[in-house]
Design a protein around this ligand. Structure first.
Ligand code: SAM
Length: 236
C-alpha cells in the first residue's frame, strides 16, 4: 500500500473511532451484517482449513468473536494498520491466550505468522490512490505467501446499481477477481449468494486431482463412494 493511502486509511478509521467508538459505523458498515459475511466466509471450508486464522484488516477483531461463539478454539492473529482499532480489539480479547493482534500490513509479517486460513474482509472496499487492482494484486500475493491452505477475501460488487454507488468506494468485477484467483489455483469459489452487492473469493492451495477421477481432494471420498455403489449394482 502507498504511504499516502496508509495515512489516509488510518486517518479515516481514527476519526470514525473517535466519533462512534466500538460500533459497526467505525468500520464503515452501516448495519451489523458482519456475521452474515463471516458465515459466508466459512462456508465450504473444512475444519482442517481453519486450524489457525490470520485476519488481515481485522478491525475490532469481530471475526474472532464470531469464531469463538461457534466454539472454534484455534490460534487467531489479527493484523491491521490502525492502532486505535487494534487497541479496542486487544482490550476486548485480553483474556484469550490463543489470540494476538499486530500492527502492520500482511506483507510485513514474517513466515512464523503462517496460518491455515488467511482472510481479508472489507479491506478492498475503499478507493486507493495506488489504484485498486494493483492494491488487490499486491495484498493477495502477500496473503497467498503467508497462507497454508486457503485465502478468502471480499469485495463490493459491480452488481450494484451504478446510480447507487458511492464514488469513494471500489466495486470489483467478479469475473476479473476470478481471473486473479485462477492464476494461483484451479480450486476457486466466487460466492455471490449471501448479499446482493458484495461477493467473496476463496482460493485453495491444494488443487491437486487425479486425471482418472478429476475431482479436488474434499470430493474424492464421494467419487470413490459412487464407484463402490456402482460396482455393487453391476448386473451380471
Ligand atoms: C471495513 S473494515 C473491516 C474490519 C474487519 N475485517 C471486519 O470485517 O469487521 C476494513 C479494515 O481493514 C483495515 N485495512 C485497510 N487497509 C489495510 C491494509 N493495507 N492492511 C491491513 N489492514 C488494512 C482497516 O484499518 C479496517 O480495520
Amino acid at each position: 500500500m502507498l504511504e499516502s493511502d496508509r495515512v489516509a486509511t488510518c486517518e479515516r478509521y481514527r476519526r470514525r473511532c473517535e466519533e462512534f467508538g466500538y460500533d459497526c459505523r467505525t468500520l464503515g458498515w452501516n448495519k451489523d451484517c458482519q456475521w452474515v459475511r463471516f458465515e459466508a466466509a466459512l462456508e465450504s471450508l473444512r475444519p482442517e482449513d481453519i486450524e489457525s486464522v490470520l485476519d488481515v484488516g481485522c478491525g475490532f477483531g469481530d471475526l474472532l468473536g464470531f469464531l469463538r461463539e461457534r466454539g472454534w478454539r484455534g490460534q487467531y492473529t489479527g493484523v491491521d494498520i490502525v492502532e486505535d482499532l487494534l487497541d479496542v480489539a486487544q482490550r476486548a480479547y485480553a483474556g484469550d491466550s490463543a489470540a494476538r493482534f499486530l500492527l502492520g500490513e500482511v506483507g510485513e509479517l514474517g513466515p512464523e505468522m503462517k496460518s491455515g486460513l488467511v482472510v481479508a474482509l472489507g479491506v478492498f472496499n475503499h478507493r486507493v490512490e495506488q489504484g485498486n487492482p494493483a492494491f488487490v494484486r499486491e495484498t493477495f500475493e502477500a496473503m497467498w505467501k503467508i497462507s497454508e491452505r486457503v485465502v478468502v477475501c471480499d469485495f463490493l460488487s459491480t452488481s450494484s446499481d451504478p446510480q447507487c454507488r458511492d464514488e469513494r468506494l471500489y466495486y470489483a468485477d467478479p469475473v476479473a477477481i476470478y481471473h486473479l484467483g485462477a492464476q494461483y489455483s484451479k480450486r476457486v469459489i466466487i460466492h455471490h449468494a449471501y448479499m446482493p452487492f458484495e461477493f467473496q473469493m476463496k482460493v485453495w492451495h491444494d488443487d491437486s486431482f487425479d486425471a482418472a477421477a478429476p475431482v479436488f481432494p474434499p470430493q474424492r471420498q464421494l467419487a470413490r463412494a459412487q464407484t463402490e455403489w456402482r460396482k455393487k449394482r453391476r448386473l451380471d
